[in-house]
Ligand binder design. Structure first.
Ligand code: EPZ
Length: 433
């Protein structure tokens, strides 16, 4: 186990290559189990969530081999339908995508519930289960497992209206419906780039999915999916995190291998804050020379401002002139990181799903404990912008979703290193994601 030591107060300059999207990879890897024949997935990020999900596939009988550090070949031809244990669900919340994938392929699934949430709130899956039931599956929750079984061994197409826009429910239902008998219509669907990426992946393997990226997705079920090659989209949130780092620290950084359109919701806010963002083909040049300006942020499903970016932008807003208000409309208690910011000298008040930030002249280095993936990234940004030295523990959260974060930050002038944590310091494990 390691912790990060960060010496803050330096502007960032240079170039960073953005990795494949974590939230697309954690949907596409489970979806690969629905494919008969070798399935080659390119631009796979090297993060621990990917390792855990590939391990689950292997435990179910898939053959998995890396052709290079970012390309993995998965062959699930001989995969058998087995129970997905709590040990996997506990480590990676996205293992619940095995439900939709196994239900699609075998007409039955038995997967451990992912457990609690380290944002501090609950993370219900009622819309996923409602979708499976509508597809004709009988669903039982017993002993911490969800068991779903379709009569006659195959789910049946239907119409489903989601009560709440949910990325996970949209993805899980889309997977099961891809191999259903007949047509499924998902209304009030999520439109996030990774929802579209999963649909593109499945279509490239022979599925028939229309409308992904709009709020009505139509899935015409097919009998089987065949092998193929697919490249995962770049990570919108990883790119946004480095943009927020430049906003907080100042400097000028080119982010390569991104889809600029996906960045619009983040770029718009950072521009209001005094950050310059220039689009050049598949890269963005992000610079901040002048002072940071306050703004208000309301998180919304895509194409709104992503909840997965609010902690990182909050780190920059701690140093902006004036008062900023962040309203998280997606998760109602995603502000656990704020107590850590306060220990660095930030002036913030939290009231329910609102955080009111009074900008201060400077933050000072402190001992920080990451409490989830994006909170950890936000602490990293605050530490890079602060005066003095910070130590961040529980960095396994950060490494669940950011490939080579230390190497990338060092390459743009961040002073950060990883050191071993002595054994007596306890480290938590959890399943957000
Ligand atoms: C996905 O989580 C992401 N995870 C999260 O990113 C992200 O914060 C979230 O979408 C919102 O964008 C992955 O893609 C693996 P939801 P998910 O279902 O699918 C409510 C990160 O940092 N809801 O879209 O679990 C729910 O309580 C992670 O990378 C129900 O009420 O989120 C929430 O308020 C953290 N019933 C809202 O919908 C349900 O059945 C959105 O949740 C499902 C969700």
């Amino acid at each position: 186990m390691i912790k990060y030591i960060v010496e803050g107060g330096r502007p960032l300059f240079g170039e960073i290559h953005i990795s494949g999207a974590k939230n697309a990879a954690v949907a596409i890897i489970p979806a690969a189990l629905m494919v008969t024949g070798p399935c080659r997935i390119e631009n796979v990020p090297q993060i621990s969530d990917v390792t855990i999900l590939l391990g689950v596939l292997q435990d179910l009988g898939a053959s998995v081999r890396y052709l290079n550090p970012h390309t993995v070949e998965v062959d699930c031809t001989k995969l058998r339908n087995g129970r997905v244990p709590y040990e996997s669900a506990r480590q990676c919340r996205a293992s619940y995508y095995m439900l939709g994938a196994l239900l699609g392929r075998f007409g039955a699934a038995d997967v451990a519930l992912p457990g609690g949430c380290n944002f501090g709130g609950t993370r219900p899956i009622d819309q996923h289960l409602k979708g499976f039931k509508a597809l004709g599956a009988q669903v039982d929750t017993q002993g911490g497992f969800v068991m779903a079984e379709a009569a006659g061994g195959r789910v049946k197409g239907t119409s489903i209206f989601l009560d709440k826009v949910s990325v996970g429910a949209t993805i899980n239902i889309m997977m099961a419906a891809a191999l259903a008998e007949g047509m499924t219509v998902i209304e009030n669907a999520a439109k996030e780039p990774h929802v579209v990426d999963l649909a593109n992946f499945l279509n490239s393997m022979g599925a028939n999915i229309m409308g992904a990226g709009t709020d009505v997705i139509k899935v015409r079920g097919v009998d089987s999916l065949r092998g193929g090659t697919y490249s995962i989209i770049p990570d919108q949130i990883e790119a946004g995190t480095y943009m927020a780092a430049v906003a907080a620290c100042g400097g000028s950084v080119k982010l390569c291998n991104i889809i600029p359109k996906h960045m619009d919701c983040i770029t718009a806010k950072l521009t209001e804050m005094g950050v310059e963002v220039q689009e050049v083909d598949d890269s963005l040049l992000v610079s901040r020379i002048g002072p940071l300006v306050r703004t208000n942020i309301k998180t919304m499903p895509y194409p709104g401002f992503p909840t997965d970016m609010q902690p990182q932008v909050a780190a920059a807003l701690c140093l902006a002139r004036g008062t900023s208000v962040i309203t998280d409309n997606v998760w109602n208690s995603r502000f656990r990181y704020i107590d850590e910011f306060k220990r660095m000298g930030a002036q913030i008040q939290v009231d329910g799903n609102l955080a009111i930030i009074e900008g201060v002249e400077r933050l000072t280095g402190a001992q920080l404990e990451a409490c989830d993936l994006r909170a950890g990234a936000a602490m990293l940004i605050a530490a890079l912008a602060a005066h003095g030295i910070s130590e961040i523990t529980n960095v396994q959260y950060i490494e669940r979703g950011y490939e080579d974060v230390i190497g990338k930050l060092r390459s743009i002038g961040g002073s950060i290193r990883a050191v071993e944590v002595p054994e007596e310091e306890p480290l938590a494990v959890s399943s957000a994601g």
